[in-house]
Design a binder for this molecule. Structure first.
Ligand code: 4AD
Ligand code: MG
Length: 507
């Protein structure tokens, strides 16, 4: 028996195929079973009628519950109305294992329930599409760097020193010594770049952040290129070309998947435009509403949106009340009641989404109005800024006190460090952090002390400056943050198969 894949059905129109997978749905109508089969490559409707299969097989079909594993043989027919454009007229059905009552159904589930059932939730269409997009992104990242002549390297995950500050380290026992789970492979990447020229890491990183935001994971995947003889401006050029290449690949190769997650791709298509490069000073002025972007003011646009949303909510509330009144009318037909009830449910959902917006905006407004010059950006500040743009924005030259110890002090103004953050548009915020590295050994030693890091753990890192120091730069892309933005997900937890975050270790 040759097994076929659903994604290839178009090549077998009119022919007999055998498909293996799971019944994601079964319904019967007038003595015909309609089974939606999924096999990991797609979904397809299979029609089983009493005339086309044996009596025994037909009787067995009633045992097929959601997620029962089955093998179906039948003829491929074209049907534009069906998902994937094809249907299979079954001639045989074989049950592999009947599934118990499946907990994840089409009806609305709470997020906690879905997260508890993540191992099953992954089988749903939306999650499947996200994972396919994630896979494309991973592939494109490797392809981009390999084409550009970068060497992929693996940095250790047990480390003896902190790279990104000591406040969010996961500690573990390493044969009696304290080891930390890696927050970043960068320092090792720098060493490797001095051996290989241009390198990139692609590995898991860990941050013990007890924060429940929509962008924080405790375990996430980071891609960290490091390039010798690169300054911050060449670094920004590379980041821009890199993000453009990855997003363009997704747009070309994942059209169906983007549609499945409901992503309007208009904004993603802007990726061909140059990315604005703002100095920290300029970005702060924009956040505080002291400088407009394309005629838009951060504070005013938030205030306007709040007003619009509130007006819209009032309208919806009115419509709900009207329809609820209507349902109560004596003699109302069942069908009409059902129709109105469905409308009411939909409106209530819309209302819920808008309520969330009205909950968020005052916080953002507050952040924007009260931002203090010299601070790092918080999530709200990034949201306020990036809502005004339709391509990623690069913010560079940060007050050195708020950034990592290894960033180069700006030769033109020692108040600043040559770091760059890349913020995704549509309110998504930071997806990349990077910069040019400090080459001055004394300044580095001073910073290591200032950050209260153990000098002996950094001796090897200082050696990179002692033995043939060169200008160099690099960056780190958070894979899940990129997936989240590209798919326009409400929360980073859906961007990784099994998220690890504060309060979530299972499944
Ligand atoms: O800005 P970060 O902390 O920079 C570094 O780790 C540098 N060593 C990178 C470098 O220059 N080689 O982290 C880089 C990126 C962030 O921009 C963000 O996309 C992601 O990693 N990131 C997280 N993603 C999910 N959950 C978290 N808790 C994250 N923390 C950082
Ligand atoms: Mg950062």
């Amino acid at each position: 028996m040759q097994a076929y894949l659903i994604k290839n059905l178009k090549d077998y129109e009119g022919q007999q195929v055998t498909l293996q997978g799971w019944a994601s749905n079964r319904r019967d109508s007038k003595g015909i079973y309609f089974i939606i089969l999924r096999d990991g490559t797609g979904w397809c409707q299979c029609v089983v009628s009493a005339e086309s299969v044996s009596e025994e097989v037909f009787n067995e079909c009633k045992k097929i519950t959601t997620e029962t594993s089955i093998i179906i043989t039948g003829t491929v027919t074209k049907d534009e109305k069906q998902m994937g454009g094809f249907e299979v007229q079954a001639t045989d059905v074989q049950i592999i294992a009947v599934a118990d009552e499946y907990p994840v159904s089409k009806k609305e589930h709470g997020v906690d329930f879905l997260m508890d059932n993540r191992h099953l939730w992954l089988r749903s269409q939306r999650q499947w599409a996200i994972m396919k997009i994630r896979n494309q992104i991973i592939f494109s990242i490797h392809q981009f760097f390999q084409k550009e002549g970068f060497i992929q390297m693996d940095a250790p995950l047990f480390t003896g020193n902190a790279c990104e500050g000591t406040s969010n380290l996961f500690e573990t026992d390493f044969y009696g010594d304290t080891a930390y789970l890696s927050q970043s492979g960068q320092l090792y990447g720098e060493a490797m770049a001095f051996a290989m020229g241009k390198i990139y890491t692609f590995g898991p990183t860990f941050r013990a952040e007890k924060s429940k935001t929509r962008r924080h994971l405790s375990e996430f995947w980071m891609i960290e290129p490091e390039m010798v003889f690169f300054d911050i401006f060449q670094n920004m050029d590379l980041i821009e070309g890199f993000l453009r290449a990855v997003v363009s690949d997704v747009l070309t190769n994942c059209k169906a998947e983007l549609a499945m997650v409901g992503r309007d791709t208009t904004v993603l298509e802007q990726i061909v435009k140059p990315f604005p490069r703002l100095s920290y000073d300029e970005a702060v002025r924009i956040i505080k509403g002291e400088q407009d972007v394309n005629g838009q003011n951060s504070i005013k646009s938030l205030e306007d949106e709040l007003k619009q949303v509130e007006a819209k909510m009032e309208e919806i509330n009115k419509e709900i009340a009207e329809r609820e009144e209507k349902i109560k009318t004596p003699g109302m037909k069942k069908g009409e009641i059902g129709f109105n009830q469905a409308k009411i449910d939909k409106l209530k959902q819309e209302l819920k989404d808008l309520e969330e917006v009205t909950r968020n905006i005052p916080g953002w407004l507050n952040s924007a109005r009260n931002f203090e010059y010299g601070n790092d950006f918080g999530g709200s500040d990034e949201t306020v800024l990036t809502r005004l743009f339709d391509v990623p924005v690069m913010v560079y030259n940060w007050p050195h006190e708020v950034k990592a110890f290894y960033l180069k002090r700006d030769p033109e103004n020692s108040k600043f460090a040559r770091g760059v953050d890349v913020l995704a548009p549509e309110g998504y915020g930071e997806i990349v952090g990077g910069g040019e590295r400090e080459t001055d050994t004394d300044l580095l030693i001073e910073k290591i002390k200032e950050h209260q890091l153990p000098m002996e753990a950094f001796e090897w890192y200082l050696d990179l400056r002692r033995y043939g120091s060169v200008p160099h730069a690099g960056f780190g892309l958070g894979l899940e943050r990129l997936v989240t933005w590209i798919c326009k997900l409400p929360h980073v937890r859906e961007s990784i198969p099994f998220p690890r975050m504060y309060g979530r270790l299972l499944p």
